[in-house]
Write a protein that binds this ligand. Structure first.
Ligand SMILES: [Zn+2]
Length: 436
């Protein structure tokens, strides 16, 4: 690609398990349009504050403190933490416009209902987590990992990070896929909103392994939780298996030789004191996925029709909904979702390379012009935080296959391949950078 004719540059930060991207569009006479999409890293990252400060200081330097468009894709810590952790650097950025998904619009009725459901589930899960930590202060449990997406502490929450973004500009747009594409004429670009979908069935379709999703799945889990676990948390005696005089608290049992011998050390498998948390854990997983599915998905169309696709952490229902998208531009030309996928040359891989966050038939198979796929991931951290074996190997193989003739597939946790460098990638310890 010829530097003189470049239309856009994408800088992908390599700061860990999380997303932060700076997109620069070029206009006439050196004019630039800067888009910052997300800025966060997973909870438990060592030196997160320093890391995110380095990232935002680099954004400041590169942009001259001027961001035209700041995008918060969805309400998860690994996408928003930097706005809190690097408060100082963030405060120095001038932001002209903020975009979020319609799901964050305080005046949207459907969004308010969705948020109410999510907040209720989160409140219950937090009390379950509190109970768990009271019983066993040092416990590592998947529920606690899953709740980490909602913030570092009671005061520094993902919600507060979102508010920090919202307060950055008086010009806040809540993006809806029904909206007309945003025409940046002087930069030869148009931005399309592909998701999140308005359709509830699609919005609730997360394809979680145990409960192939539809509208009822999440709700059913919530009901089960209410029925069985709320009484357990609230210690209503009529719901306890044994009356109170016969209860032995876990911490006491741990000091009794009989229990020590039969229920701890090699005998842990006998214990069922956390069994009630299994439902809570599956609900927490679904809550995380439902929030992932509210991801704001943007397609940035450049001159000559090439598309840069930023899928955030969209799950399968979000992907499926793009198949129905249709927009008509000022000239009466129709553009569809599949059409944008067909013209996608750059794909920011969804949800750190997890198995259910990239469409196959409704995604990669349609991206016949894909040149570059980038996976923001940190394999070791994903294992440590019990996200599983990310990035998913079958997906990586498909991406390699799709990109190998025109470009390459990159992981932010690995050094760049020779082929990527020979095909124009710029590599720095802090970021990768690609021109289009
Ligand atoms: Zn994420």
């Amino acid at each position: 690609m010829n530097i003189k004719q470049r239309r856009a540059t994408v800088r992908i930060y390599r700061h860990g398990l999380g997303d932060c991207h700076l997109v620069t569009l070029y206009g006439k006479e050196g004019a630039t349009y800067r888009i910052l999409i997300d800025c966060g890293v997973i909870i438990g990252t060592s030196d997160a504050t320093k890391m995110m400060t380095d990232v935002l200081e680099d954004v400041r330097k590169e942009s001259g403190d001027n961001i035209d468009l700041l995008v918060a894709t969805h309400k998860h810590w690994d996408h928003l933490s930097g706005f809190m952790q690097a408060k100082n650097a963030f405060s120095k950025l001038n932001v002209s416009e903020v975009w979020m998904a319609w799901t964050e619009d305080p005046d949207d009725k459907q969004a308010s209902e969705l948020r109410k459901d999510n907040d209720e589930a989160l409140a219950m899960l937090q009390s379950a987590a509190m109970r768990l930590q009271m019983d066993a202060p040092d416990i590592e449990h998947p529920l606690l990992e899953l709740l980490g997406f909602f913030g570092a502490s009671a005061r520094i929450t993902t919600q507060s990070a979102l508010e920090a973004v919202r307060n950055k500009s008086s010009n806040v747009r809540y993006c809806d896929p029904e909206d007309k594409p945003h025409d940046l004429k002087s930069f030869g670009a148009k931005i399309y909103v592909l998701g999140p979908p308005r359709d509830e069935a699609r919005l609730r379709n997360m394809n979680a392994p145990k409960t192939p999703g539809d509208k009822t799945t999440y709700k059913m889990a919530l009901d089960a939780f209410n029925q069985y676990l709320t009484p357990a948390i609230n210690e209503d005696e009529s719901h306890l298996p044994f009356s109170r005089p016969y209860n032995i608290p876990t911490q006491v049992a741990q000091t009794v030789p009989f229990f020590q011998e039969h229920y701890w050390n090699q005998q842990d498998w006998r214990r069922i004191d956390d069994a009630w948390l299994d439902d809570a854990t599956s609900l927490a997983l679904q809550l995380d996925n439902v929030v992932n599915n509210t991801s704001l998905v943007l397609g940035i169309e450049l001159n000559e029709g090439d598309v840069l696709l930023f899928a955030a952490d969209a799950q399968v229902g979000n992907w499926l909904s793009w198949g129905d998208r249709k927009w008509t531009d000022q000239n009466g030309t129709e553009v569809t979702g599949p059409d944008l996928l067909h013209r996608t040359v750059f794909y920011k891989v969804g949800h750190h390379g997890s198995p259910n966050a990239t469409g196959r038939e409704c995604g990669i198979d349609l991206m016949v012009n894909l040149a570059i796929a980038v996976v923001p991931v940190d394999h070791e951290m994903a294992l440590k935080r019990k996200w599983g074996d990310l990035p998913f190997k079958t997906l990586m193989d498909a991406l390699d296959q799709a990109t190998k003739t025109r470009g390459y597939t990159l992981r932010t946790d690995q050094p760049p391949s020779n082929i990527s460098l020979s095909r124009g990638l710029r590599s720095d310890p802090l970021y990768f950078e690609i021109d289009f």
